[in-house]
Design a protein around this ligand. Structure first.
Ligand code: FVH
Length: 289
């Protein structure tokens, strides 16, 4: 006996993983994809294929959209708003917070119970330990869809503002890309003397593991705003430290393109008399006024 009916719109790498997991965990799944051929392996595994998006929506109490982006969501869902009325629509397509809020407003106008989602996992992680999915928007929708969503990974409700899941997703990804940018900078420096990337990966992993707890110390400092005098390393100390890293990179024929913007922001702090402030006060430079 099926646990419920779920329709999945979009069978790219992620949509396929989501559809497979729901089917394997006992949900009656109906799949739709713009390129219909991608439904075939799912049908062979026991899913129903819908010939049209309308047919797919009609088949599921819960509709999960896993399309490419915000534009593809609206291009495909706006014409079927009437069919979505009364359904729980969970959109795990990556969008910006404001795009998520816009979709939530559109859904509310059309009587669609809407939950926005963000997937902190790659397709191979779906249903495996470590897969984390964030949701925000209609709490009632989260309650209804939760058992199905929990088959995909941990299901964390961030709040009623539909943009919250996306905001956290983007914030975590911002930290990830800058961390990996730093790793690539280190690799580029070390390979100038023949050190393979694998060795530098080991070094960077160990160094970051040792230094990461410092983040817990920076957090209350940022929350308090009590930067001056610096409880840790001040701007006057950190600017020449970064200048040395940038100079060393250039000496080795490596651009310090990822690091230079940080140095520039510290220069701005120094130029406005904030040499004695903690260097993490640079966060205040990020606010766009
Ligand atoms: N794959 C990943 O690792 C990441 C992990 C974090 C979350 N993302 C987001 O998930 C969304 C889907 O990603 P995906 O990996 O499934 O992406 P693709 O394999 O490229 O599949 C895209 C699907 O979207 C369909 N599609 C694209 N444009 C349209 C359109 N205009 N109308 C209808 N469908 C459209 C596409 O259909 P087709 O090309 O097969 O016909 C695929 O089903 C995404 O937001 C990630 O950021 C995944």
């Amino acid at each position: 006996m099926s646990k419920g009916t779920v329709s999945i719109l979009g069978l790219g790498a992620m949509g396929s993983a989501v559809a497979a997991r729901l089917r394997e965990t006992g949900y009656a799944t109906t799949v739709w994809n713009r390129t219909a051929a991608k439904t075939e392996p799912h049908v062979q595994a026991g899913a129903q294929a819908a010939a049209t998006i309308t047919e797919a929506i009609e088949a599921g109490d819960i509709v999960i959209a896993v399309l490419l982006d915000h534009a593809s969501i609206h291009q495909n869902l706006e014409p079927v708003a009437a069919e979505l009325k009364g359904k729980v629509l969970v959109n795990v397509t990556t969008t910006t917070p404001n795009e998520s809020r816009a979709t939530a407003a559109w859904a509310a106008e059309h009587g669609i119970t809407y939950l926005d989602g963000a997937i902190m996992a790659v397709p191979g992680m779906i249903g495996q330990p470590g897969a984390r999915l964030l949701y925000s928007g209609d709490e009632n929708a989260f309650g209804i869809a939760r058992p199905a969503l929990e088959t995909l990974g941990t299901a964390e409700y961030e709040g009623a503002d539909a943009g919250l899941a996306s905001l956290k997703d983007m914030a975590l990804l911002a930290s990830m890309y800058q961390m990996f940018g730093g790793f690539l900078h280190a690799v580029a420096m070390m390979r100038t003397v023949g050190v393979p990337a694998a060795d530098t990966a080991n070094e960077v992993t160990g160094w970051l593991a040792a230094i990461l707890p410092a983040m817990q110390g920076y957090a209350p400092l940022v929350d308090s705003g009590a930067y001056d005098p610096a409880p840790g390393q001040d701007v006057a100390f950190t600017r020449p430290a970064l200048a040395s890293i940038i100079a060393a990179s250039r000496e080795q024929g490596v651009g310090a393109d990822f690091l230079e913007p940080l140095k520039k922001r510290l220069d701005e702090l120094a130029a406005t008399g904030r040499d004695t402030a903690d260097w993490v006060s640079v966060i205040e430079q990020l606010t766009i006024r």
